[in-house]
Design a protein around this ligand. Sequence first.
Ligand SMILES: C[S@@+](CC[C@H](N)C(=O)[O-])C[C@H]1O[C@@H](n2cnc3c(N)ncnc32)[C@H](O)[C@@H]1O
Length: 471
Amino acid sequence: MSTNGEIIRTSYAALLRDDLDGALANFASDIEWTYPEGMGDGLGGTKKGHAEVRAFLVRAQAVFGELRAVPEQFLESGGQVVVFGVHRIRGAATGTVPFVHSWQLADGRVTHFVDYHDTAAVRHIVEGEISPHRWMMRTQADYVRVRTVHLAADLGLADLLADGPRGADELARDTATEPELLYRLLRTLGGFGIVTEVEPGRFALTELGAYLRTDHPQSVQAMMATQELFSKAFAEAGYSLRTGETAFERAYGLPLFTYLRQNPDKGATFDAAMSRVSQQEIGFLLGSYDFGRARHIVDVGGGDATVLSAVLAAHPQATGVVFEQPHVLHATQERISAAGLTARCTAVGGDFFEEVPPGGDLYLLKRIIHDWPDEQAVKIFRAIRRAMNPDGRLLVLEDVVPEGDAPHFSKVLDFTMLVVLGGRERTRQEHAALLAEAGLRLTGMTDCAEMISILEAVPDDSASQPVGGAR
Ligand SMILES: C[S@@+](CC[C@H](N)C(=O)[O-])C[C@H]1O[C@@H](n2cnc3c(N)ncnc32)[C@H](O)[C@@H]1O
């Protein structure tokens, strides 16, 4: 009978001569096969069972041109074999990257395999230096990648693949599409690492594609669903640049929030997306700001109460109000009830350019100011300044634009705001200046790389503008 070490040596030998069946014969039928995240092209993550591992091995060869795992040193203990070696890789360049492999065996079959290596080093070899021309050629057709991923989200393909691989023809039945044409979409998505073709015509969701599932904790499905609406506006982006007017209005004939009010299904999709993004930010907000001092919190433009209900649930000393457009309040009230907060939280309808509920010692404005040009932003700040207690505080939660040309999501959102709403993302100094115009002083900012920042402001009678009734 072979030792575990011998079984692993024969597996490497089989893989080195491209004998996939020979290698798979050593693996349990429910083997878990894990490569590190960051491999790109959907290769990272855990594959389960022979079909997925086979598809991984075939695909890795295709992506890398050549990928050979050359073992150098074996350590064996009980059911585990640890192997040190190098990946020999041929991509745009050739090179080697060290690996550590952990193999777990039971009854002479591999049950778990984990690869550890520096994925950035691998990518460098695979991609080499991308020439400016190649970068531009990829970019000029990038809308194909974007649009096909949106289509996958619209069709709900990720949820349909949640329980395992399925054939393109079955998926076509469930999505009312043409099997051959859906196959072509799936093949394209395979090239982007969203799905993988585990056998001809059958596709599995990758670790990357799983983010399109509605039940993924960091699901992007709801945000994807809003993009169909925005893509038509982006087709008119040049109009915004020439005129400063919103391309959305040119494309749809109405400002975004009026359009959403008049098209309740689109409005519900938009509100669900905002709520989903907020859910993913709540941990950061609660961990970064001390809400323990707040007695009465007013969330201005608080959507469906996702944020305020989480804050109140964590801080039983506080009461709160969500202030929203009247047509949104149904969803707001539903969430407040579902959270069991009706005794401590109310939903009030109105227009934040006119007035907001008084008496709060903490006001929240989350992703509101970026929707508007400076003049309207100051109007909202002034309405809050008039309503707040003298010892009150205001939190402005926005993606603050950093200095310099480092990549930052705020810059992507900034251009989106121009096209969709005529709004903008702002630097810390720009926020401070607008707050000052409304009689508010910026006291601090909690920054978070690539995510929303928390700007805190307090009333300041020495600020430049009288508050009075001015709007
Ligand atoms: C970008 S969403 C942000 C929602 C929420 N604060 C969040 O972060 O998820 C902007 C919100 O402002 C609300 N809104 C727009 N115009 C308004 C107005 N004039 N008065 C009150 N709320 C308004 C919209 O209904 C929408 O819920």
